[in-house]
Design a binder for this molecule. Structure first.
Ligand SMILES: [Zn+2]
Length: 51
């Protein structure tokens, strides 16, 4: 599994499952590092951010 925040590969004992309840009723479980981790730097340009 991969941390949804920092994209790091996690072992079972490193991952914190987070249940994302969806409006459709089909919940999605994502995994994050236990404790704090930084977001992975994304290769997106500022131009892709629209307001
Ligand atoms: Zn992480």
């Amino acid at each position: 599994m991969i941390c949804a925040r920092c994209d790091r590969h996690l072992k079972d004992d490193e991952a914190e499952p987070i249940n994302m309840a969806a409006a459709t009723g089909a919940g999605t479980t994502i995994y994050l590092c236990k404790g704090y981790c930084k977001s992975a730097p994304r290769q997106t340009t500022p131009h892709s951010i629209r307001h």
